[in-house]
Ligand binder design. Structure first.
Ligand code: NAD
Length: 256
């Protein structure tokens, strides 16, 4: 899909990968709703992008664990720019590292890293099926493909996010609904270093496992890889060569 003139929503757009995605989309001529739990950071990203590309973005505070707040993002996109063509389910949290993760830790991670994707798809896919096109981009993680040391809540919810993206793709792909699923290893954002900062041994090990596995990518590099994948309509996006190698070693056919 050529994203020029298309309407996109990017969740978790106030920082890291989401901020870079919003900027890259706007540079390609898309119109973007930059959404984040932290409304101020979403506004800051939107203003910075608009300084280069006036009028290309609007921002909103939204918690993706609430269906009504996602619906408000869809309404905002429609009133500001028109029907949503692309949805970037990118907001994510690191969660809690070990078996001592509480019920609340599990609920929050499942809500943000998985159910938020399901909520958005339920809102958008029926309209995309009527129009015969739409694009859902899931930010999962290498942790959704490889079993690596680290956060239990993160690994489990990211595996499920990959699975949901794949299910969407195989179920609706032949009716115009495109799906890509992004699975990076280490990206230089606050989230990557949250394990290191947590003071928890497993959390620290999770960060170190990732940072020692290969180069840590910059968010802009990841955004470039995602945009290339969207243009080629590729399902799984693995911007980190090391991830691809590790996955190939596991005998996977996921390098399509
Ligand atoms: P980040 O912490 O820089 O950005 C995440 C953003 O999501 C933050 O701005 C945060 O406020 C927002 N957010 C959190 N909960 C939210 C909610 N309930 N509703 C709306 N927004 C919410 O981290 P990032 O690395 O840019 O993370 C983006 C995505 O990339 C996440 O899904 C993460 O799991 C994934 N990812 C990151 C890495 C990495 O190494 N950084 C690797 C693989 C996957």
């Amino acid at each position: 899909m050529d994203v020029a003139q298309r309407v996109a929503i990017v969740t978790g757009g106030g920082a890291g990968i989401g901020g870079a995605l919003a900027a890259r989309l706007a540079r390609e001529g898309a119109r973007v709703v930059v959404a984040d739990l932290d409304a101020d950071s979403a506004r800051a990203v939107s203003e910075a992008v608009n300084a280069d590309r006036p009028g290309s973005t609007v921002s909103a505070g939204a918690d993706v664990s609430d269906t009504e707040q996602i619906q408000r993002l869809v309404d905002l996109a429609e009133s500001a720019f028109g029907p949503v063509d692309l949805y970037f389910a990118n907001a994510g949290i690191a969660g809690a590292p070990g078996l001592d993760a509480s019920e609340q830790d599990w609920d929050r991670s499942i809500d943000v890293n998985l159910r938020a994707h399901i909520r958005a798809a339920k809102l958008l896919v029926p309209g995309w099926l009527e129009r015969g096109e739409g694009y859902f981009v899931s930010t999962a993680s290498a942790a959704g493909l490889l079993t690596q040391i680290g956060s239990a809540t993160y690994a489990v919810t990211k595996h499920a996010a990959v699975s949901f993206a794949e299910w969407l793709s195989v179920t609706y792909g032949d009716r115009g609904v495109r799906v890509s699923c992004l699975c990076p290893m280490g990206v230089n954002t606050k989230l990557l270093y949250s394990g290191e900062d947590s003071g928890d041994a497993l959390g620290r090990a999770a960060t170190r496992a990732v940072t020692s596995a290969g180069d840590v990518l910059e968010p802009a590099e990841v955004a470039d890889a995602v945009l290339a994948a969207v243009e080629d309509e590729r399902f799984l996006v693995l911007p980190h060569e090391d991830v691809l190698d590790m996955y190939r070693q596991k005998g996977s056919d996921y390098d399509r």
